[in-house]
Design a protein around this ligand. Sequence first.
Ligand SMILES: NC(=O)C1=CN([C@@H]2O[C@H](COP(=O)(O)OP(=O)(O)OC[C@H]3O[C@@H](n4cnc5c(N)ncnc54)[C@H](OP(=O)(O)O)[C@@H]3O)[C@@H](O)[C@H]2O)C=CC1
Ligand SMILES: O=C(O)C1=N[C@H](C(=O)O)C[C@H](O)C1
Length: 269
Amino acid sequence: MSNIPGIVVMGASGRMGQMLVREVTAHPKMKLVGAVERAGHDWIGQDLGAAMGSQPTGLYVTDDPLEAMAGAQGVIDFTTPQVTVDLSVIAAQARAVHVIGTTGMTDTDIEKLDAAARHAVIVRAGNMSLGVNLLTQLTKQVAAALDEEFDIEVVEAHHRHKVDAPSGTALMLGEAAAEGRGLDFKESYVAARDGITGARAPGSIGYSAIRGGDIIGEHDVIFAGAGERIVLRHIASDRALFARGALKAALWGQDKMPGHYSMLDVLGL
Ligand SMILES: NC(=O)C1=CN([C@@H]2O[C@H](COP(=O)(O)OP(=O)(O)OC[C@H]3O[C@@H](n4cnc5c(N)ncnc54)[C@H](OP(=O)(O)O)[C@@H]3O)[C@@H](O)[C@H]2O)C=CC1
Ligand SMILES: O=C(O)C1=N[C@H](C(=O)O)C[C@H](O)C1
């Protein structure tokens, strides 16, 4: 067997799916061996390259992840929570590294992923970029260094098509802030303020979401004190950033023991 891992892209026609197909195809240390879309999707049965408006590739889009994963060592999945949870069982059966970028997961979804990760390698992160993962560490440090006089707010902005809020990244940053400050993430969580809300609750972390146009992803962690404000900011200007992180995770996971890992593990942060 070649030591170049075969990779399947789930949700191949999506915003991230198409980016992943391009990045995997161009990568010298992996090979694209499958592309999966939803049953009934226009692309099913079509040549992937032709469906993407470029040269034919000889790889045909399928709606059957099990078939696509025969002989694959990894699957990269930026889809929806239900699709991701279902795929985790199939990826574990196939002993393929499951890289998950999907956001909007519930606690129950994550428990199901934990169960699959007893038999397979899962790498999951709400944001696969180096910059955001580094920012989580900085957020934790700043939250620990500043006292409660500095209120913590997370503000995120995304394109008009995004279906979940707060973003996965905002939740990662909020978790890091809560950890640094010694707060319980769920107890401190305040999303959406509307009407007569009363004054800001001490010990809370607020989340605000902006949706519009083609914004790829912007995140601010604000530490607001009396007379001064510290803002930690990440701006993504190219989705390739997330795709490259996912590819790195797929390669990193090849020789790892079963487990539910994050990008912090991959990046050694
Ligand atoms: N972790 C990270 O770094 C990042 C995470 N994301 C997350 O990735 C996810 C996807 O984002 P985005 O690409 O913008 O969304 P899209 O809606 O563009 O892509 C999702 C794709 O999955 C497809 N899909 C739906 N059901 C199935 C199925 N059963 N089998 C295979 N494919 C299926 C969709 O098809 P159809 O449209 O026909 O339903 C669509 O093509 C979101 O949760 C987003 O938050 C995004 C960017 C970075
Ligand atoms: O849906 C998106 O587009 C993005 N989703 C991720 C999130 O929810 O944080 C990552 C990135 O911000 C883009």
